[in-house]
Ligand binder design. Structure first.
Ligand SMILES: *Cc1c(COP(=O)(O)O)cnc(C)c1O
Length: 234
């Protein structure tokens, strides 16, 4: 298998698993958008999936790396929706407000004010509030109750449109623990975004996206499963 066939197979496997999860949950599969996490991927691999028309929403975790890649001529010719999924430092907020379509990792009001202030005139910057699903001190995000408060405050900022929640589940969690965590966020999402005209619930990564989509995620973030290499040892 050459690399392009391998990437197509990875994509097909992810796509099939997403469709299977939707079917299991009785959800239409159009409800779910794949967010391709490109942060560790090789340029050529990302370009191949873009050229094939298979991915449109892309996620990067660092502002500088994202800027270098997505403003280059090879990448900027594609019509993509760019998401920042990593922690945003305040001193990068102005740059991020220009570069990204979505900030999925927002967890503080001062950063939100900076984003709103620096968003180009006429641009509506979509944001998701990051919910903290683990007890780990290093994990970003806010406990659910605080995340919900932040959502209410964000509605007063002119250039931002708050569209939902993002969460990163603990790696060691069992399936039943995962379901419980995802259900809590889903319930808050349904209450807080019931009337939103655009809404996204971003739960699930390569290892837990099937469970996340079964529990209502509409924007699973998938990196390693899409860009994996299986040829080692051959
Ligand atoms: C890296 C990353 C992902 C993708 O993780 P994989 O396990 O490679 O799919 C998803 N979400 C966030 C916030 C990340 O930083």
């Amino acid at each position: 298998m050459d690399r392009e066939q391998e990437l197509l197979k990875n994509y097909q496997d992810v796509h099939n698993a997403l469709c299977g999860a939707c079917q299991e949950a009785g959800r239409p599969s159009q409800e779910v958008t794949l967010l391709a996490v490109t942060k560790y991927a090789q340029d050529n691999d990302v370009l191949f999936l873009l050229k094939s028309g298979l991915i449109r929403h892309v996620g990067e975790s660092r502002v500088q790396q994202a800027e270098k890649r997505w403003t280059s001529p090879d990448f900027s010719r594609y019509n993509t929706v760019k998401h920042l999924i990593g922690h945003l430092q305040r001193n990068k907020a102005a740059k991020a407000a220009q570069l990204f379509d979505f900030i999925d990792s927002l967890d503080d009001f001062e950063t939100a004010q900076l984003l709103s202030k620096h968003a180009p005139v006429g641009k509506v910057l979509r944001v998701l509030v990051q919910v903290k699903l683990t007890q780990r001190a290093t994990q970003s995000g806010l406990p659910l109750a605080q995340a919900r408060q932040l959502v209410r405050r964000l509605k007063e900022l002119p250039s931002l449109q708050v569209c939902g929640y993002m969460g990163i589940a603990p790696q060691a969690a069992s399936e039943s623990e995962l379901r419980k965590l995802f259900k809590e966020v889903k319930q808050a999402f349904d209450e807080d975004f019931a009337t939103a005209k655009e809404r996204y619930l971003s739960l699930g990564m390569s290892e837990d996206f099937v469970v996340a989509v079964e529990e209502g995620s509409s924007l699973p973030r998938i990196g390693s499963k899409l860009f994996a290499t299986h040829l080692e040892g051959l």
